[in-house]
Design a protein around this ligand. Sequence first.
Ligand code: FMN
Length: 412
Amino acid sequence: MRITLGVTGGVAAYKAAELVRLLQKDGFSVQVVMTRGAREFVTPLTFAALSGQKVITDLFGDSSGGEANLESAIEHIAVAQRTDLLLVAPATADILAKFARGIADDFLTTLHLASTAPVVMAPAMNVNMWNHAATQENVEKLRARGVKIVDPDEGYLACGMTGAGRLAGQNAIVAAVRETLKSQRDLDGETVLITAGPTREDLDPVRYISNRSSGKMGYAVAEAAARRGAKVILVSGPVNLEVPAGVERIDVRTAREMHNAVVDRFAHASIAIFAAAVADYRPVEPHTEKIKKSYAALTISLEPTTDILAEVAKNKGQRIVVGFAAETDRVAENARKKLSAKNADLIVANDVTAEGAGFDQDTNIVTLFSRDGRDLALPKLTKNEVAQRILDEVLRLRGVLHGTAEAKRSRV
Ligand SMILES: Cc1cc2nc3c(=O)[nH]c(=O)nc-3n(C[C@H](O)[C@H](O)[C@H](O)COP(=O)(O)O)c2cc1C
């Protein structure tokens, strides 16, 4: 498990050094990020020596020279993807305000927006700063968003005053980290089968029919499910995406290969999510040699491929099966039809013609149509956020249809 520890500019910054050691002792790998304020109190060298990793201090740090590679140029994204939990300790009044408002003017605040990992913050400041209405409003806003706030202790403060504002004890902070991570692992013990990306159907040895699916949505679901504790099997068509950490990827090319890979593994899954854009048709007989150019019209006969979702969902038992519907018109009507025709439990439908939705985008606008009759229209969200909401809906629906997760697992 990888913790990114944000250290901000308060007197208690030195206490974060001990926190690094405690977290490492607990088996966490720790990446330290320091604000400019924090570096007024402690040097990055202290944290680099303790964590054994380069300390990140600047948003634009490594990207100015000719040597810059993509990883260093967009380091906040790379770190965001590696972060299982973002801990800010000590958290200044300033960082609470910035996180609450979504400001992104340095590495830590930008990372905060780029990351989907849970956030734990341990504030430390002067008692009046802590009690100030602005700080309290920010804390409430963060709590409402799911951020875990480890309340400061009361006592004698570095500023000479007495009251609430002292950084919580190290053990309380580590306990909050552990508890937060545990509560996020609601897919522990599940096996989630996911398909993603397009398929390619050969016309001849050099040409194929495919579609514009990037695989981003399916990969986001795979990453989210793995983070939440599931064993994830990702059957992937050809895409330009990295395998998310902890995910087993099976590469396939054609609809037939995807079908075979899914059929082999469906029996072991408790949840199956079909996000791939599988070709509906394939050439009846691909040419064994390259089709020669000619000025005459060319007719290619196509035959339907097997509908993978419909086929496996026929005998799904108590597995939860999720399909996707990329539509260009009558989205709700088509999605509801698909839900019953394919014996699915949930259809994630989107209008791919809408701005900010559909293929090769980082955002999506979807409605979740559930078997129990609920239609959940989500606003425009990043694909990572959509992935989390799909998994939330899967668990909610399973509770409604089959009772608790424990009961379900024993019956699949
Ligand atoms: C000596 C000194 C001690 C400070 N201690 C704290 C503190 O404990 N908590 C806090 O919220 N701000 C404290 N501040 C104010 C922050 O350093 C200031 O708000 C800064 O802008 C925080 O930047 P950062 O949040 O990006 O680290 C202190 C400032 C000084 C000069």
